[in-house]
Each structure stands twice: as structure tokens, then as C-alpha cells.
Design a protein around this ligand. Structure first.
Ligand SMILES: *[C@@H]1O[C@H](CO)[C@@H](O)[C@H](O)[C@H]1NC(C)=O
Ligand SMILES: *[C@@H]1O[C@H](CO)[C@@H](O)[C@H](O)[C@H]1NC(C)=O
Ligand SMILES: *[C@@H]1O[C@H](CO)[C@@H](O)[C@H](O)[C@H]1NC(C)=O
Ligand SMILES: *[C@@H]1O[C@H](CO)[C@@H](O)[C@H](O)[C@H]1NC(C)=O
Ligand SMILES: [Zn+2]
Length: 400
């Protein structure tokens, strides 16, 4: 009797998730090889697997021992300065605890972080190690970063890669660490930076970009499914292309044109009509490009570019119980469009000095996390670094 009861409950819970997300038949995942360069990626097969009980038991044991930090940190310090390495490492641990206290993560997240000398003035970056195609309830296949996909706790899922988030930060940069003496005007607070970057790794990331077909183009598309990438470089230009459609990221499902509240995913639906659909073969990327530029969809791609370089034109439509239909203005004030900065952040002018400062695209030098929180009206608890709108965006994505 009890067992039947349990089974029914289990089945209901299972249905709930099946309703939200269906595993796509399209089982090619994208692996990002370098968090500093999102063009360095490869397509990998990721066949369905059953979730591994052994892993769950291990996770269960771990979460008991470290329930305040759901991030399993692999930290690589390529530096002959133990003190500096330890400062960086404890920052990652602190950020893991902050995210854990805000997000109610149900599945542990593997974070592979490297701290090492990098050339130039780079700060560093973090991002997903794998993006996984899932079919949403509206029928569209979208790319979910692995850290988000895992939170749905599917019994059968595309194979996961061994870590969820990759991070790489420049030890040459004059970072300011918590506990250091007075911050200098040229210093960047490391804790705010790491927290910001990990949000991208958790799925705060649009898939609309201007570099899938050619670099710095004046038109935007979602990810083009079928393009084969080259390790190190970018696109394999001469190989045959079997076009399987345009893939938004999970984030893009909630983007709206502020002027008339149209979901940008409706524009993607028009893209899907390109040459009457999918499985179209092209002899090369160039052939694809020529056909695309001659299609009616190209006008939409150019229109989307022009919309995304004008302030206050794109928003994120929240869908949580507390903030249904509220729109958060995203960054579209950068001209020319800058992949990775445009769209994947909240509007800098509106939010830089507010409680939502964390996800603007530029971090203010000479400002500590404590000062930023205070400027946003907070009382200086670290959790306040994640403002209510930023939190609602993550909740809408599925980090409940
Ligand atoms: C973590 O990153 C380091 C440095 O890039 C790399 O050598 C190592 O193989 C990575 N480990 C995993 C499990 O991805
Ligand atoms: C909303 O605005 C966009 C861009 O200006 C336009 O393409 C679209 O047709 C409009 N949709 C509606 C329903 O008015
Ligand atoms: C918004 O949330 C409701 C219930 O929480 C859900 O049924 C609906 O599908 C969500 N809408 C989108 C676009 O995800
Ligand atoms: C935020 O406040 C600082 C200091 O008062 C100021 O310099 C900066 O311009 C403000 N940012 C915006 C976008 O208004
Ligand atoms: Zn960012």
C-alpha cells in the first residue's frame, strides 16, 4: 500500500518534469573548450544514459558533508605564490556558498577553476563546459547549459561531461581580494567578478550572436545547428553542412521586444522556415551564407541586430510566482553589438548603482563588493550581491 502510494507520487513528479522538458532526439551537444573564447567549441555525441545511482550516492554523501556549498571545486593554481593561490581559492569557495544560500540547488555542480598568468589585460571568464539540446514544452529545441540541465534531475538524460562550469582567471591582473588593504582605483574586486562569471556558467547567457556565419556581422541569429567547429580556430568552412535548425539558449525563451512585448522566440520561429525547414544539406558554410543572405529570414536577422544595439529594446520576461510578466531590461546599449556582452547582461545605465549591479557587463574598478551592495541599498550581507531581479531570472530559467 505504502509502496503504491510512493510510486504514484514518484510518477507524478516524473510527469511534472517530462511536461517541462523532453530530451531532444538531436543528440549532439556542444562542448566549450576554453572559457576565454566561446568560439573554441566542438560538437560531441551525447547519447542518452540512465542517471547513475553510484554518482547519486556519492553526491548524497557529499552534500551531507558540505551542504553549505553545492559546488565541487577543482582548483588549479599555476603560480609560485601560495598565498595568492589561497586567496583565489577561498574566493571560489565563498562564492560557492553565496550561490548555494540563494539558489536552492538540488544537484551538485562541478566547477573547474584555473588561476594563472594570462597575456594582456584579460580579467578571466567562466562559462558552461557543455550545452545540451532539450525540447521545451512549446516544441522548440533549446540549448541548456549543463549546470541548469542537471537541476531537472531527469532519470534518463544526454550524457554529461565530467564538469559543469569552466573558469580561467588572470593572476597577473591587480585583483583586490576580501581582506586586502584599501582597494586602489585600478583594482577589480575578485569576489564580485567570480560571482558574476559563475552566473553565466549557470545559464545567464543568450545564444543570439553575430559570429555564427561570419565574424562581426551586422545581423544576428541564434546558434546554427549543424555547423561543425574546429578546435582552436572556429568554423570548418569547407566541410559539408547539414542544417538542422536555429537553436536558442534556454535564456532566449524569455526575451521580449520591449516596444510591443513580442517574444523574440517568435522571430526564431520565422527563422525555422528558412528553406522550408531542416535537414537541408549545403556543400559549405559559404553556400549556407549565400542562401541565407538571399532569404526573407535575413531581413529579420538584420532587424534583430538593429534592435540589439539600441538601449531599452530587449527585456527578460520573468515567470516566477512573485514576479509574473515583469520585464527586466537587458543590455542593448553597446554599438557595435558585442557577443557575450550585449544581451547576456542587464542594462548598465539602469542597474549599475542598484541592487542588480552584479549582472551589468562592466565591473566598476576601485569598488569593493561591500560598496556595490551598499550603493544598491543593501546591508552588506554577501547574499545581497544577487539582487531580486537577477535571482528571479535564474528562478525563471529553472534554478528553483
Ligand atoms: C580542469 O582544468 C585544467 C586546466 O585547464 C585541466 O588541465 C584539467 O584537465 C581539467 N579537469 C577536468 C576534469 O576537466
Ligand atoms: C513587434 O515589433 C517588431 C520589431 O519592430 C516587429 O517585427 C513585430 O512585427 C512587432 N510585433 C507585433 C505583434 O506588433
Ligand atoms: C511560466 O510558469 C508557469 C507555471 O509556473 C508554467 O506553466 C509556464 O509554462 C511558464 N511559462 C514559460 C514560458 O515557461
Ligand atoms: C554609479 O555611481 C558612480 C559613483 O557615484 C558614478 O560614477 C557612476 O557614473 C554611476 N553609474 C551610472 C551608470 O549612473
Ligand atoms: Zn558577464
Amino acid at each position: 500500500m505504502k509502496r503504491t502510494y510512493f510510486t504514484t507520487i514518484y510518477f507524478l513528479i516524473y510527469l511534472l518534469f517530462v511536461k517541462i522538458i523532453k530530451i531532444s532526439a538531436n543528440l549532439q551537444c556542444i562542448d566549450y573548450l576554453d572559457p576565454l573564447n566561446s568560439r573554441n567549441k566542438i560538437l560531441v555525441p551525447c547519447p542518452h544514459v540512465r542517471s547513475n545511482n553510484k554518482i547519486e550516492i556519492r553526491d548524497c554523501y557529499k552534500s551531507k558533508s558540505d551542504q553549505n556549498n553545492m559546488f565541487d571545486l577543482m582548483f588549479n593554481c599555476d603560480l609560485d605564490d601560495e598565498k595568492m593561490c589561497n586567496k583565489a581559492k577561498s574566493t571560489f569557495e565563498s562564492v560557492g556558498r553565496t550561490l548555494t544560500s540563494k539558489l536552492l540547488l538540488n544537484t551538485r555542480i562541478g566547477l573547474n577553476a584555473t588561476f594563472r598568468p594570462l597575456e594582456g589585460n584579460l580579467l578571466g571568464s567562466a562559462g558552461p563546459s557543455r550545452a545540451i539540446p532539450f525540447r521545451d514544452e512549446d516544441g522548440k529545441i533549446r540549448l541548456y547549459v549543463q549546470a541548469l540541465a542537471k537541476q531537472f534531475q531527469l532519470q534518463v538524460h544526454p550524457e554529461y561531461s565530467s564538469v559543469d562550469i569552466l573558469a580561467d582567471f588572470n593572476s597577473n591582473f591587480p585583483f583586490w581580494f576580501e581582506g586586502d588593504p584599501q582597494i586602489q582605483p585600478n583594482q577589480i574586486g575578485f569576489e564580485e567578478l567570480v560571482l558574476h562569471e559563475l552566473m553565466h556558467g549557470l545559464g545567464f547567457l543568450s545564444g543570439w550572436n553575430n559570429d555564427y556565419i561570419e565574424e562581426d556581422s551586422l545581423f544576428l541569429t541564434p546558434n546554427i545547428d549543424g555547423i561543425i567547429f574546429n578546435v582552436g580556430d572556429n568554423i570548418e568552412r569547407n566541410s559539408e553542412l547539414v542544417f538542422r535548425g536555429f537553436l536558442e539558449s534556454a535564456f532566449d525563451k524569455y526575451m521580449v521586444l520591449i516596444s510591443n512585448k513580442t517574444l523574440t522566440t517568435e522571430l526564431t520561429s520565422n527563422f525555422d522556415k528558412f528553406l522550408d525547414g531542416q535537414n537541408t544539406k549545403f556543400s559549405s558554410i559559404n553556400e549556407f551564407k549565400e542562401k541565407f543572405k538571399a532569404s526573407p529570414q535575413f531581413d529579420i536577422a538584420k532587424q534583430m541586430y538593429n534592435i540589439c544595439i539600441e538601449s531599452n529594446s530587449i527585456g527578460f520576461l520573468l515567470n516566477t510566482s512573485n514576479s509574473k510578466n515583469e520585464v527586466v531590461v537587458l543590455e542593448t546599449g553597446i554599438n557595435p553589438f558585442q557577443g557575450g556582452s550585449s544581451l547576456s547582461h542587464v542594462d548598465e545605465k539602469l542597474f549599475d548603482n542598484s541592487s542588480e549591479f552584479l549582472m551589468t557587463f562592466e565591473q566598476t574598478p576601485g569598488r569593493t563588493l561591500k560598496d556595490a551592495i551598499a550603493a544598491g541599498g543593501g546591508k552588506n550581507r554577501k547574499e545581497e550581491a544577487i539582487g531580486p531581479k537577477i535571482l528571479a531570472i535564474l528562478e525563471t530559467l529553472g534554478h528553483v
